[in-house]
Design a protein around this ligand. Structure first.
Ligand code: AMP
Length: 135
């Protein structure tokens, strides 16, 4: 049975065939607000934040969707998830945050390079905003 999500592409595609926006960001072809990079992962602020803080964690390996991961990717996925709270804390999300992985057409995925959304508001931000201290 083919369990891949419709509209997905072969996860074995070479990275240089990664024509997504995130592939271009990884190759430095378009700019981003980078917050983290190591040999396997990259993280940057979302260009259309839905909260005071909203960033994305992506693997450098080209994996189109969560439905394309294999058992070989288990360690990489664990690394992505465990990076989320570290970066969230660095970004001031010290009292909690939300994560999301949109998968496939009906899952609301727009960019077909696996990514974890991490987003939330810093403590006190809502109170300050209500006082007109933040825009
Ligand atoms: P998704 O709908 O889960 O595929 O999320 C894709 C996310 O990528 C959206 O939240 C977009 O705002 C974000 N995005 C698209 N282009 C860029 C970009 N050039 N830099 C940063 N984030 C982007």
């Amino acid at each position: 049975m083919n369990t891949r999500i419709n509209n997905s592409v072969n996860a074995d595609m070479k990275a240089d065939l990664n024509t997504t926006i995130f592939g271009k960001i990884l190759r430095g072809e378009i700019p981003c607000q980078k917050i983290y990079e190591d040999d396997e992962l990259f993280a940057f602020h979302d260009i259309h934040p839905i909260a005071e803080v909203h960033f994305l964690i992506i693997p450098k390996k080209f994996i189109p969707t969560l439905a394309d991961v294999t058992a070989d990717d288990s360690a990489l996925l664990g690394k992505m998830l465990s990076l989320a709270p570290l970066l969230a804390k660095q970004q001031g999300l010290i009292e909690g945050f939300r994560t999301a992985i949109n998968t496939g057409k009906l899952g609301g995925q727009d960019v077909y390079h696996l990514h974890i959304h991490v987003f939330g508001n810093r403590p006190g931000a809502n109170a300050l905003r209500a006082m007109g201290a933040l825009t």
